[in-house]
Every structure is written in structure tokens, then in C-alpha cells.
Design a protein around this ligand. Structure first.
Ligand code: GLN
Length: 490
């Protein structure tokens, strides 16, 4: 498949399909070929949905010939993180415990994507149950960063980020509990958005920490992310936490107009632990945005330093409860034993990986009698203070600008034996989940060939504002023309 087609933005691919320059079937075949070319090196996917994709493509081609109305994503191939349910197709969560799980229904986001004409092409790799920051916790195989195959793509949605960066798909979905869309998007040089908590239905997302989890898009352009969000956002009777508010138009703000936009740069995000080059990238971007008429000012979010410990209490507590359902009885792996309690224990021992077990133990401890007040309840109080910090900042600013990650992508294996070092890679993203806010990461430059992202954070439901400012960054940086060094043999 020609590189030029592999790196075509989704919005343009859709136009070409509408104009009849390419059929949906040709699009699917071309991307499946591209996937076969680069997958041996990138390993972004856990499974492909070839039959479903071809069927959807043929249906689209038929609709187009019959001049039937076509959806806003017609002809666009999409990859789906493997913790989202696609009916009758494996949803493993990159865990042995779900290796044989075939969900009997589609996640709401999957249904909405297909209704909009998108083509589900495959399921992408992740850290087991989305717990991790490097995709090395997958029970099946790690994924490589397309910019440097010896480095991690980030995580936990590393497969989706790598697939988009490598031109295997123009867009993908991931989930973000503490940074799992934004951190891998930054490491792989693509755009990633974590929507406001409740903006996108979680029905059919296999739960990690339900009060933090949110589904969101990856793309190589800001507009592509906006189009994807447009299709998946909105209330859903199947998810009681989904927000009833109407979905605004996300694709109308690409005017370059940010004059007077008040952008706060919290100093806590530029201090200790942030690589100097990353700090400089953020400061340079702040300067460029000020040149375009934004009012950029330093600010402070004093409770930032407590975000990491509080997150790891709330997230593990919820995970320990959510993962109690994997008992070998209803679905997934079952290790047989004479006694029911042995069957349950052995199934969990055999089925879960080290990091998942660590989280279940931490969370169970934080919720246990005697420690509940000291740990879990305390973390909830800190969560309120973190939220208050943001509320106060948004009284003065339209959005906040921070780094997305403290460093560019690290080497495979580098942090595997040090869970705290791994947790620390989400230091810039997790407070946003604790506060339920929307945030976007956009590539802002490259350091020694590796992409670096900047993050914008907005008040609840202000995704449109994030797209507007991110689009300006896109014009400044020009990242849609970036190509990772993945030369493909003809
Ligand atoms: N890396 C963080 C964690 O391990 C966030 C993961 C996520 O957002 N799913 O919990």
C-alpha cells in the first residue's frame, strides 16, 4: 500500500470515498495490507476483524451505489482497544483470564461508530486491564513505538497509539483512567483526547476504575479526533453516568482564532521530574500561542503533588472491586478443582498477571476495615481538593497548558522492575481524571527523533475549546506530515 494512502487523514479518506475515487472495499484491503507489512515490527494489534470489516465495506459500497445517505465516518477504518466489546469477537483486555471471552454485544461506542459508517478493522494491544503505562503488561506481547522500535509506545492504550502513528489506521479508540490515551498519544506523536467524564458512554468498556474510566479518540490530526468524538459522544440509557447534555458541534472551531484566550500554565507541572527539553517544549509553545494573541500566564495547582498517591488508592480500590467478577464461573478462564474456592483461587492465580495482582492487593487493603478511613476515604477527600484547585484555576483561565509526559518514550524493559517509576510517567495526566475534566494531547515537537506532546485541560464539557487550541498547535507544528522511520519493503 502506498505510504501516501496509509497516512491520509480520516476526513480526507472519507471525502475520497464519497467522491467515488476509492471504494470502501479498496480502503479495507489496502489497510489490511499495510497492517500485514508493519505488524511484525510494531505489533499493535491483538486480533483483526477482517470479515466484519469486509462486510461493512461491501454494505457501504452498496449504499453509495444506491445513492443512500452515508454517515459522517463512511469509509474510515478504526482500530478499537481490546477492552471494548465488539460482538462475537474476542475482547481479551490483554489478559489470560479473558483470552476466550467473546462478548455477546457491541459497546455503545462501537455501535455508534458503525452507524456513522466507520469500519472496525481490529482490536489493539494494551496493558492487562489497562493497568500500566507501556503496554508491556500485555499477557500476549509488547507493542513497539513506531518512532524507535526499541522503545515503548506508552500505555495502556499503546496499541491504538502505535497503530495510528504507524499508518495502520487513520484513527482509533482507547480508554483513559489516569492517562492511558494521552500518554501513549504523546509518546507516538499523535493526537489523543480524554473527554469529560460522562461525555462518552462506557457501556461495553470492560471496567478498570469506573469513576475514572473514559473512552476517547486517537488521530493524526485534530479534526479527525473531533469527528470521532462527534460520533461517539452523547447520552446513553445504558450508562447511568453519561451526561444528558446535548453534544455540540466539535468540527466548527477550526478557524485559528485564539485571540484573547486565557491560558494558564501551572508551575507544578514544570518542576521536579520533568525533563528540561520537555519543559522547554511547553514554554516555547506557550510563547507561540501568546504571539497568536492568547493571554498566557503562570498559575498554580497546589494539590498536584497529592494526585499520584490519591489516584493509586482510588484506582486500585475500584479495580479490586471490579475485578472480583473474574471467578472462573461466568466467563473467561476456568481452572478446574474439586473445591469451588480452589477453582476460584487457581483461576485468578493463573489468569492475572503481576501488575493486576498487585493492584487487587493494594485496593483490597485500602478498602479493608481499619484502613478504609485512613486510605480510601482520605484519597476521596484529596480528590475533592484537586477538583477545587481546577475550579479555581478555571475562574481565571479558559484552559491550562502542561506537558503530557515528563519525558519522551522510554526504552522497553527500562521501568518494568520499578512500578513506582512506571506510575510516575502519568504524573501530568492523572489529576485530570480525578477531576473528571476533558484534556487533549497534541504533538509539539521532537527531541532526538522522539515525539513530545503538550496537554491542554479545559472545564467540563469544553472539548470544543480544546480542539480549537489544539488545531492552532497543529498549524504551528505541522505534525500531520510527520512519518515514523518504518520504511516498507515494496
Ligand atoms: N498508567 C495508569 C495506571 O496504570 C493509567 C492507566 C489508564 O489510564 N488506564 O493506572
Amino acid at each position: 500500500m502506498p505510504e501516501e494512502l496509509a497516512f491520509t487523514p480520516a476526513s480526507e479518506l472519507h471525502q475520497r470515498f464519497l467522491r467515488g475515487e476509492i471504494s470502501a472495499r479498496e480502503i479495507v484491503d489496502a489497510y489490511l495490507e499495510r497492517i500485514k507489512q508493519v505488524e511484525p515490527r510494531v505489533k499493535a494489534f491483538l486480533s483483526l476483524c477482517e470479515d466484519r470489516a469486509r462486510r461493512q465495506a461491501e454494505e457501504l459500497d452498496r449504499s453509495r451505489s444506491a445513492k443512500e445517505p452515508l454517515g459522517p465516518l463512511a469509509g474510515i477504518p478504526v482500530a478499537i482497544k481490546d477492552n471494548l466489546c465488539v460482538k462475537n469477537h474476542p475482547a481479551t483486555c490483554a489478559s489470560k483470564i479473558l483470552a476466550n471471552f467473546y462478548p455477546p454485544y457491541d459497546a455503545t461506542v462501537v455501535r455508534r461508530l458503525e452507524e456513522a459508517g466507520a469500519i472496525i478493522i481490529g482490536k489493539t494491544n494494551l496493558d492487562e486491564f489497562a493497568m500500566g503505562s507501556s503496554t508491556e503488561n500485555s499477557a500476549f506481547h509488547p507493542t513497539a513505538n513506531p518512532w524507535d522500535l526499541s522503545r515503548v509506545p506508552g500505555g495502556s492504550s499503546g496499541g491504538s497509539a502505535a497503530a495510528v502513528a504507524a499508518g495502520e489506521v487513520p484513527v482509533a479508540l482507547g480508554s483513559d483512567t489516569g492517562g492511558s490515551i494521552r500518554q501513549p498519544a504523546a509518546f507516538c506523536g499523535v493526537v489523543g483526547l480524554k473527554p469529560t467524564y460522562g461525555r462518552v458512554s462506557r457501556y461495553g468498556l470492560i471496567a478498570f476504575a469506573s469513576s475514572l474510566d473514559q473512552i476517547g479518540p486517537f488521530g493524526r490530526t485534530v479534526e479527525d479526533c473531533a469527528r470521532l468524538l462527534q460520533a461517539i459522544a452523547g447520552p446513553d440509557p445504558q450508562d447511568s453516568t453519561s451526561i444528558p447534555e446535548k453534544v455540540p458541534d466539535y468540527c466548527g472551531g477550526f478557524t485559528g482564532e485564539i485571540k484573547g484566550m486565557r491560558i494558564g500554565v501551572p508551575r507544578e507541572y514544570l518542576g521536579e521530574g520533568i525533563a528540561p527539553e520537555v519543559r522547554e517544549t511547553v514554554q516555547a509553545m506557550a510563547h507561540r500561542l501568546a504571539e497568536q494573541g492568547a493571554q498566557v500566564e503562570e498559575t498554580s495547582l497546589p494539590y498536584t503533588r497529592y494526585a499520584l498517591p490519591a489516584y493509586y488508592l482510588v484506582a486500585t480500590a475500584e479495580a479490586s472491586s471490579n475485578l472480583a467478577r473474574y471467578d472462573g464461573v461466568r466467563y473467561g478462564l476456568r481452572v478446574k478443582a474439586k473445591e469451588a474456592k480452589d477453582a476460584m483461587a487457581w483461576t485468578r492465580k493463573e489468569g492475572f498477571g503481576t501488575e493486576v495482582k498487585r493492584r487487587i492487593m493494594l485496593g483490597t487493603y485500602a478498602l479493608s476495615a481499619g484502613y478504609y478511613e485512613a486510605y480510601y476515604l482520605k484519597a476521596l477527600k484529596v480528590r475533592t481538593l484537586i477538583k477545587r484547585d481546577f475550579d479555581q484555576a478555571f475562574a481565571r483561565f479558559d484552559c491550562l497548558l502542561t506537558p503530557t509526559t515528563p519525558t519522551p518514550a522510554f526504552r522497553q524493559g527500562e521501568k518494568l522492575k520499578d512500578p513506582l517509576a512506571m506510575y510516575f510517567t502519568d504524573i501530568c495526566t492523572l489529576a485530570v481524571n480525578m477531576a473528571g475534566l476533558p484534556a487533549i494531547t497534541v504533538p509539539a515537537g521532537r527531541i532526538e527523533g522522539l515525539p513530545v506532546g503538550v496537554q491542554f485541560i479545559a472545564p467540563p464539557l469544553m472539548e470544543e475549546r480544546l480542539f480549537r487550541v489544539a488545531w492552532v498547535v497543529e498549524q504551528i507544528v505541522g505534525f500531520p506530515s510527520w512519518r515514523p522511520p518504518l520504511e516498507v519493503r515494496a
